[in-house]
Design a protein around this ligand. Sequence first.
Ligand code: PEP
Ligand code: MG
Length: 871
Amino acid sequence: MAHLRLLAPLAGWCSSLEEAPDPVFAGRMLGDGVLIDPTSATVLAPCDGEIILLPATRHAVTVRAAGGIEVLIHVGIDTVGLGGEGFEQHTSPRAHVRAGEPLISFDMDVVAQRAKSLLTPVILTAGRGFGILRRCEDGPLRAGDFLMELAVGESDPRCVSDSTAGGVVRRMHVPFEHGIHARPAALLVNSIKRLAAEVQVSANGHQADARSTVALMSLGVSCGDEIVIEARGPDAHAAVEALAGVVGAGGSVAAAGAAGAPGGGASHRDAAASSAGGASRPDAAASCPGDASPPDSAMARLDGARVMHGVIASRGLAIGRAFRFGRPEVSVVEAGAGVPFEGTALENARAIVAAALRQRLETASSTGREIVSAHLELLEDPQLLASSNAWIAKGKSAGWSWRAALRVSVDALRDLNDSRMRERIDDLLDLETQVLLALQGAVPASTDIPRDAILIARDLLPSQLVSLDATRVGAICMAAGGSTSHAAILAAAMGIPALVALGPDVLEIENGTTLLVDANAGLLQVDPVEAVLREAQGRLAARRRQLAEAAAAAGAQCRTADGTRIEVFANVGSLAEAQAAVRNGAEGCGLLRTEFLFLERTEPPGESEQAARYQEIATAFTGHPVVIRTLDIGGDKPIPYLPLPHEDNPALGLRGVRTSLRNPDLLRVQLRAILGVRPFGQCRILLPMVTDAAEVRAVRRMVEEERAAMANASEVAIRVGAMIETPAAAMMAGSLARAADFLSLGTNDLTQYALAMDRGHAELAQRLDALHPAVLRLIAETTMAARTHSRTVAVCGGLASDPLAVPVLIGLGVEELSVVPSALGELKALIGTLDLRECRELARNALEQESAGAVRALLARRRESNAEVMR
Ligand code: PEP
Ligand code: MG
């Protein structure tokens, strides 16, 4: 048992923690400690240790000392609300500090005037097996004086759990990148749904019911903040474990939705590619270094016209007539017609909305599904329900009560002043409208929208967008909104050009006014002059012709101009995407990301559920191969019910096939489900994140065992392929080709690992380019090895959907591309113009370049000169 001495971090008056004007501190919910009324304004380190928490608001700091003891110094009470104003940091997270070193300083006047209190708790927040041996007397202290002495035993530096009278308590630090926002909140709520316990989560001096997503979000917990989970009741232990499991698995739960980066990350690039049916792709190339193609807009040159500037949310060009599309104003009466009547009315309305949402869940894209799921979760939120029922009990109408309950939560979220909560506010307002409409028996009809309407709105609700008939909408122009809002993401996914943040003037445009939306240049032109309109119509017509020709030809087998067969498959993640892919001419599915089945739930899908979903997708691709990738989780794609050990660097940890081999039962269920799909042989199995042939052989053995054990076992062996996503796999492609039946290059991960640049790193996003010669050389290595062993090699990463890259890939020997469904027609048409010999020459040249920029410049020059020849 060691001893640890803590020094006073501040000068001032020391007193008992019970005197803190906050029940969380006073009740020792965060841990034991003392209270200092400061007379000095620089917090000193109370001991040697590591800074493990220093939030952006700089109002608190936690030092972890030897033995895992964590000392939190929380300057003042309710100071998180100052948003960092008046605070200055002298150290940074993960820094190792010596006792007495300055950590943060603060402006006493600002804190005294703006916060609830200057009283500063010094708390021991974690460390199993410590005891306070002695502490200083209540009274005056100088900074650096003796504060307390601890006896330190065994410790767990990351969390501590102890049973208090009748309850179980656990403290943890939140690893979610964006704190407890909607998705982690929903996962936390889900994890304890079936457990009998009363569970509270406290943070930042506030407490929330762990069954309410709204309450959890309102805590305003940021990444790195400490939370205290406290449960009582028969399942208290299980509830704390379940919540801790979600937090422990955390880190990248948030990132799962936001994963991807330009040049590599699939999700962002895929979304961009699907926007405006591929219209965004030439622009993507146009912004490349060395690309001399002119911007796709003439708007900026116009004289005397009324032009508004907005932020591009979804690229494209559209001409149409203004159509004001507002959030329906639903009025409600305040007085109720009796508690039973109003209570039943609210129940029924919620049931109607829930049924409509569930139906939408069936057909929604993966982005739409996320939004609809969030709405379903909020619809069941116990806090919202309790609060509406309380109003009803006071004699108010169902509508008035529902609105009142939601508006309290909206205000609470607004008070957090956190831009990420904006979407949650939209979700709540959206849900308010849906239930109020259901109470009145009304449903907004998308058929009211005239053809080629340019929708003008302050900002659109996600549900309004999900229910729009996209074929009637030319473009969307919003006065408010941001380019990453749900509405913006949805517009892009639906292929509707959209501008946001146009300002309030846009709302003054009269219905029926002719508008030209150039969502490639961020411009809206009101009533354009005839010449401008004609020019834009010309561009639109040419673009439509091009896309129509591409779509018409998309059904045909794809060959280069000299007759080389190139199969063009689609990457899909749901039945809806599979159907869209088939319509767009996919010759098969080159990558079914099965994660969609496993995310956003509390337990894994069973064999029959998986088999049914795979069968639906295989049936949609009748007669064409479907490559089903086994579950690719871990790293940036965690699932809460499969807790993986804490990893300092999850991208280099248990991911893909490594996770599957570590959880063979989960893998075998999935293999049986795939083997159950008929006709046998249509499906192939693809293994993610392979590094050597032993992994392929291990899975193949399992496949064969499961096949042999099946009642109606087929004689035909199913094909098993390996993804080439790590430099190791590319360099060992020869032995992988011997062990596998086919290879598929995952250029998103291959690029992140080859360039050592995180695919989610915003600052490196510009440089994370799969056309880097280093990545191209790994691709070349793979195709050569595949040819030697007579294996096909596909590219299913984001690079395959980039028209600029396609000639190089073909030149390097790639025979199959698996791309986002919206890019199919255009890419097949492009391939039809290519000549294999030229592609090879281009690839050889690309491999010799010094950088991705130089490769892009080379490819852009080639494209320009080809366009010249065509003219
Ligand atoms: C890739 O890494 O290129 C790939 C296709 O897999 P994912 O994007 O799903 O990681
Ligand atoms: Mg990958």
